[in-house]
Write a protein that binds this ligand. Structure first.
Ligand SMILES: *Cc1c(COP(=O)(O)O)cnc(C)c1O
Length: 403
C-alpha cells in the first residue's frame, strides 16, 4: 500500500457553516434600520412582524396549525413541558442518548428525567420505553430524534396511546425529515426545533414549538412572554383560547426577536434544498464507510426519510488502545471525530453519566452502543469531494488498525 507514503490530510473546518445569504442580510439590515427589533414592536397593529411571519411560514412548512418562535431549542422544550404543567419531581421519559439540553430542559421545569435505553440503530429502545412507562406511570415522553435517527413512530404512537402519555418530539436534528411521509414533529402532541448554528437553520440561537392544540399553544405563547399581545400572533389559536389561561400562566420570557426571524425566513425557503445537499454528502460518506468490514452503521427505519447533517459509525472490535490510536490518527490527518464513549466528555455531552444531576441506574445497552461510537458533523461548506476524503481517511485508519 502506498498510503503511508502519501497520507493525505483533510484541511476543512468541521464547525464552519455557510454564510448567511445576501437576501437574509438585507432583511436583517431592514429590521435594524426600522429600530423595531422586539417582536411586538410594530409600526401599526396591522403590520405583521418578521417573527409573526416566520411563525406562519414555519407552521405551514410543518403542516401544523400553530408555531411559536423562541429563544432556543432548549427553551422550546422547557416551554412545552411547562405548558403540560410538569410537577416538581414528576418523571419524564426521555432518551438516554441525546444532547444535554434535553435532560436540562426536564430538570429546569422541576421534572425528573427517566432515561430510556438505546438500540444499535441509535434510537430509543421501545421495549424498555414500555417497561419504564409502566413502572413510573409517567404522563410525558420527550422523544429526542437524536442525530436525526427516527425510531418506529407507528410503534411509539401506539405505545403512548396505550399508556395515555403525551409525546413531545425533540426535532433539533429532524427539521425537514419525514416518517411515513409525515413531517417529523407531527406524530406527537407538540414538537420542538432548534435554529442554533449547528442545526438545519442558523440564527445563532433560536427555536420553535409547534402543535395543533389550542390550549397548549395559548399557554406556550403566554409562557414565552407575550405581554398580553398574543393577538399579534398569526399562527396562534383564537383569542378565546387565552381567556382562561392569560392570568394563570407565568411569563417566563424567552421570545425570538425580529432580527433572527428576518434571517430565518429566507433560510426556511431553502431548507428542503439544503436537506438534499446534506443527504448527498451523507450518501457519499456512507458508500465509502460501507466498504470497511470493521465499521458498523445504524440502519434507518424503512419508513423514515431522514436528513443526515452528521454521521455516526462504530468499530465494535476496537480495544481501548486501538480506539485511542484511531482517534489520534484521524485527528492527525485533519478528521475530528467525537467519541461518545469517552469517560470525560470533550465538548458537548451526550453520555448520561455526564449529567450528574440525573438519577439513573446503569443502562447496559446504551453503554455498549456508545462505547465505540464516533460522530462527525457534515457542514454544508464541505463539498462532496471533501466528504469522500473524510470517509476515505476514516476507512484507511480503521483498516490499518484492525489489521
Ligand atoms: C441542539 C439540540 C437541542 C436544542 O438546542 P439549543 O442549543 O437549546 O437550541 C435539543 N436537542 C438536541 C438533540 C440537540 O442537538
Amino acid at each position: 500500500m502506498t498510503k503511508k507514503a502519501t497520507p493525505r490530510r483533510f484541511t476543512g473546518n468541521f464547525t464552519q457553516q455557510e454564510a448567511i445569504s445576501d437576501d437574509a442580510i438585507d432583511s436583517a439590515v431592514a429590521v435594524m434600520r426600522s429600530g423595531r427589533l422586539h417582536r411586538y414592536n410594530v409600526a401599526n397593529p396591522d403590520e405583521p412582524s418578521e417573527t409573526a411571519l416566520l411563525e406562519s411560514e414555519f407552521a405551514k412548512y410543518q403542516n401544523q396549525q400553530y408555531a411559536l418562535a423562541l429563544a432556543s431549542g432548549g427553551y422550546a422544550m422547557q416551554t412545552a413541558l411547562r405548558a403540560l404543567d410538569i410537577k416538581p419531581g414528576e418523571p419524564v421519559l426521555t432518551n438516554a442518548f441525546t444532547l444535554s439540553p434535553v435532560p436540562g430542559a426536564i430538570d429546569a421545569v422541576g421534572g425528573k428525567p427517566v432515561l430510556i435505553e438505546t438500540t444499535s440503530d441509535l434510537v430509543i429502545d421501545i421495549a424498555h420505553l414500555e417497561k419504564m412507562a409502566a413502572a413510573t406511570d409517567s404522563r410525558v415522553l420527550m422523544l429526542s430524534h437524536m442525530r436525526g435517527h427516527i425510531a418506529d413512530m407507528d410503534a411509539i404512537s401506539a405505545l403512548v396511546k396505550k399508556y395515555n402519555i403525551t409525546m413531545i418530539e425533540d426535532c433539533a436534528h429532524t427539521m425537514g425529515a419525514t416518517f411515513n411521509g409525515i413531517k417529523s414533529g407531527c406524530h406527537g402532541e407538540m414538537a420542538c426545533f432548534s435554529t442554533q448554528t449547528y442545526k438545519h437553520m442558523n440564527s445563532g440561537e433560536g427555536g420553535f414549538l409547534t402543535t395543533n392544540n389550542d390550549e397548549l399553544m395559548a399557554r406556550s405563547i403566554v409562557l414565552s412572554g407575550s405581554y398580553m399581545l398574543y393577538e399579534r400572533h398569526d399562527a396562534a389559536p383564537p383569542a378565546k383560547a387565552f381567556e382562561n389561561i392569560r392570568l394563570q400562566t407565568p411569563n417566563c420570557s424567552g421570545r425570538m426577536d425580529n432580527l433572527r426571524a428576518a434571517i430565518l425566513r429566507p433560510q426556511l425557503r431553502n431548507l428542503d434544498k439544503n436537506c438534499l445537499r446534506w443527504n448527498e454528502r451523507f450518501v457519499s460518506i456512507m458508500n465509502t464507510l460501507k466498504q470497511c468490514n470493521s465499521i458498523a452503521l445504524a440502519q434507518p427505519h424503512p419508513s423514515a426519510k431522514e436528513v443526515s447533517s452528521s454521521f455516526q459509525f462504530s468499530i465494535p472490535d476496537f480495544s481501548d488502545a486501538q480506539n485511542e490510536q484511531f482517534l489520534a490518527n484521524c485527528f492527525e490527518r485533519g478528521v475530528e471525530l467525537k467519541w461518545f464513549g469517552a469517560n470525560d466528555p470533550v465538548a458537548y455531552t451526550s453520555r448520561y453519566e455526564s449529567w450528574g444531576y440525573v438519577d439513573s441506574s446503569r443502562l447496559e445497552n446504551t453503554d455498549q452502543v456508545l462505547h465505540r461510537l464516533y460522530d462527525c458533523r457534515i457542514p454544508l461548506t464541505f463539498s462532496i469531494d471533501d466528504c469522500e476524503q473524510i470517509a476515505q481517511i476514516i476507512v484507511e485508519e480503521a483498516t490499518e488498525l484492525a489489521a
